[in-house]
Ligand binder design. Structure first.
Ligand code: GTP
Length: 630
């Protein structure tokens, strides 16, 4: 009963909720995992392709600019050569040289200042021009003079067209001379008088002795101390009949060159540009201070772990890396490699892998979100349905069962009438249970009433039976069985005021024999009435014609007095008896009396009374004899 009344530890809806949540979350996680597993490679591929597109666009522009410079070199070279072929023997050139050049120190010639600041000479206006003719082993020949003048005129005509696209346009001569067009700087006038340009790698690389192929080249990066910026130079040697005349050249500042390269369109992509020696040309990660040192930054002196890893791998075999993806070079970054070609540099785009993971997670997250909303919707619907259609009816059912247990009929009636919304099987069960509950309680009530009535009757019958067991059927006196119980109690509570009397009808046999047995019965009934009416006493039919009395008396005398009254009452009945041995004329009774003693045996008590009765009988009967032994 106790168990039945206990509240369930968890509600049905709570349990259902837990089950659905656990199963749904497991399925969602599995879906997430599988989707992520499927989408990660394609997300990575998409990122790679996006970066490649961006890099390609950037490099195409960059390479286009460089190739444009190379094409300009061709133009400049062709123009110079044409003019040189047509004009080299013109005498005017010698006078131009005399007008335009001045010997600023012995053997060192420079173009006059006015051609830089702006002057009209002949048909042309000259501006931004400077020339330095430094120390050289050979003398200043007419041909060299003519070449210098042609160089000045060519540069003056073509140079302005490319202004802004290159740092400067110049024609360098293998005889340690250089003609330069630049609106910014009159380099030819500033160069140190003892400068031997042909000793430097830049110009040296164009000399026939150094460059038998006569291949145009991009120099390495160098700091232009006169300009104060990092520069590379494009040089295209121009020869005629095996003679090295000039180099059509352009200086390009590193800033100009790498502006696009170091700029990142996507803030998440950083980049590095390395040359074939592993030196860092530029990077989006460089601070302004470090930007000044680029090209001198090497894995040994620039502490950037990712750059160091990239440089280490590049240096294993630079020419083998053209365009590829390095996924394994760093735990956190994906690296795309692109060889630039012009100049011989490598471009590295670096992308954080965690962003690829984020992108790969996008689809699973959308699925998870939609899935969660779906699960939530299904869950809420299920909970509401189960709560209203199952839980509440079942709780009502449990409540009815508890009320049945408590036999609360009124409440069951009340609850049975109240409305509970449910459908189908639950509704059937609830209704069937209500009907059953009502019937059960009613039947139970009736049964209990019937049992109560029967119990009452049974008690009554038992009392009757009990009486019958202890009452003599003929006389209505208590019988010997009742006597045995009462005498035991009287002995147990004996206080000297209770007497035991044994009475026996005198000569009853002859009475029966002569007056008939029925007359004997009537006599017995009449005597019994007299015994019963004796005050302060309980009378018993001891057996046959014998009676017993438990008599309450304050003294022996009082007891004797009472018994004499009884004997007199018997006499008064006057039942005639003329056939007895004692010839009393009426039917009489003899009495043997003794006082009840505490804790004695009933047999001893009876024996004492019997003895007195015997003595009375011996003496002729119809008398009372007392045992006075105590
Ligand atoms: N009518 C009738 N007689 C009974 C009943 N019970 C016992 N008796 C008779 O009582 C008589 C008892 O006789 P006895 O024991 O010889 O005693 P008595 O004749 O009375 O002789 P004393 O006792 O010496 O006076 C018997 O004849 C029994 O049949 C009874 O219920 N009804």
């Amino acid at each position: 009963m106790q168990e039945r009344r206990q509240q369930p530890r968890k509600k049905l809806t709570t349990r259902l909720l837990w089950h659905v949540v656990v199963v749904s979350v497991s399925i969602l996680l599995l879906t997430l995992f599988i989707t992520f597993w499927q989408t990660y490679p394609s997300a990575k591929q998409a990122v790679v392709e996006r970066i490649q597109r961006e890099v390609a666009t950037k490099l195409t522009t960059n390479q286009y600019q460089l190739q444009a410079i190379e094409r300009r070199g061709d133009l400049l070279a062709e123009e110079f050569l044409t003019r040189y072929q047509n004009l080299r023997y013109e005498q005017d050139l010698q006078s131009y040289f005399s007008d335009w050049f001045e010997e600023t120190s012995p053997g060192v010639w420079r173009l006059k200042e006015s051609l830089f600041t702006g002057v009209k000479a002949g048909d042309h206006y000259f501006k931004g021009m400077s020339v330095f003719v430094g120390p050289r082993p050979t003398p200043l020949t007419d041909e060299l003079r003519a070449r210098l003048v042609i160089s000045v005129r060519t540069l003056n005509d073509l140079g302005p067209a490319w202004e802004g696209q290159v740092t400067n346009t110049h024609l360098s001569l293998p005889e340690n001379a250089l003609a330069l067009y630049s609106r910014e700087q009159a380099w030819g006038r500033l160069a140190a008088a003892d400068l031997v340009m042909t000793d430097f790698s830049t110009l040296k690389s164009t000399l026939q002795s150094e460059n038998p192929e006569r291949a145009p080249n991009w120099t390495g990066l160098y700091k232009d101390h006169s300009g104060g910026f990092w520069t590379i130079t494009y040089q295209r040697p121009v020869d005629l009949n095996g003679k090295h005349l000039v180099n059509a050249s352009f200086d390009v500042s590193l800033a100009q060159l790498t502006q696009d390269l170091s700029r990142t369109v996507d803030a998440d992509i950083s980049n590095y540009v390395l040359n074939s020696q592993g030196a860092l040309i530029t990077s989006s990660t460089l601070s302004d201070a470090l930007s000044e040192q680029r090209d001198t930054l090497t894995p040994e002196n620039y502490d950037d772990p990712l750059y160091q890893k990239i440089a280490a791998r590049l240096l294993t075999n630079p020419q083998s890396f053209k365009q590829e993806v390095w996924d394994d070079i760093d735990d956190d970054y994906l690296v795309l490699v692109q060889h630039l070609g012009t100049p011989d540099w490598w471009y590295f785009a670096v992308y954080p892998k965690e962003l690829i993971t984020s992108e790969a997670l996008f689809l699973p997250m959308v699925i998870a979100l939609i899935g969660s909303l779906l699960v939530l919707g299904v869950l809420l619907t299920t909970i509401i349905f189960v709560r209203h259609q199952v839980s509440i009816p079942l709780r009502r059912l449990a409540s009815l069962a508890a009320l049945m247990d408590e036999k609360n009929y009124d409440e069951i009636e009340k609850q049975s009438e109240s409305e509970v919304r449910s459908y189908g099987e639950i509704s059937q069960v609830l209704n069937a249970f209500r009907v059953m509950a009502r019937r059960f309680v009613r039947t139970n009530f009736e049964l209990e009433q019937r049992v109560a009535e029967r119990t009452k009757e049974l008690r009554k019958a038992n009392r009757k039976l009990d009486e019958l067991v202890h009452i003599d059927g003929l006389t209505g006196l208590l019988n010997r069985r009742a006597f045995q119980t009462d005498v035991a109690n009287a002995i147990a509570t004996a206080d000297g005021s209770c007497y035991f009397v044994m009475a026996d009808i005198d000569d009853f046999k002859p009475f029966n024999d002569n007056y008939g047995h029925e007359a004997g019965d009537r006599a017995l009934i009449a005597f019994a009435k007299a015994f019963r009416e004796l005050p302060e006493s309980r009378a018993y039919r001891y057996g046959g014609e014998e009676f017993a009395l438990l008599l309450q008396a304050d003294s022996l005398a009082q007891a004797r007095e009472r018994l004499d009254e009884l004997r007199q009452a018997i006499h008064n009945l006057g039942i005639e008896h003329h056939f007895g041995r004692r010839l009393h004329g009426i039917l009489t009774v003899s009495f043997g009396v003794t006082r009840i003693r505490a804790n004695e045996l009933p047999s001893d008590l009876i024996k004492r009374a019997d003895k007195q009765l015997y003595l009375v009988k011996q003496e002729g009967g119809d008398a009372v004899a007392f045992d006075v032994g105590d």
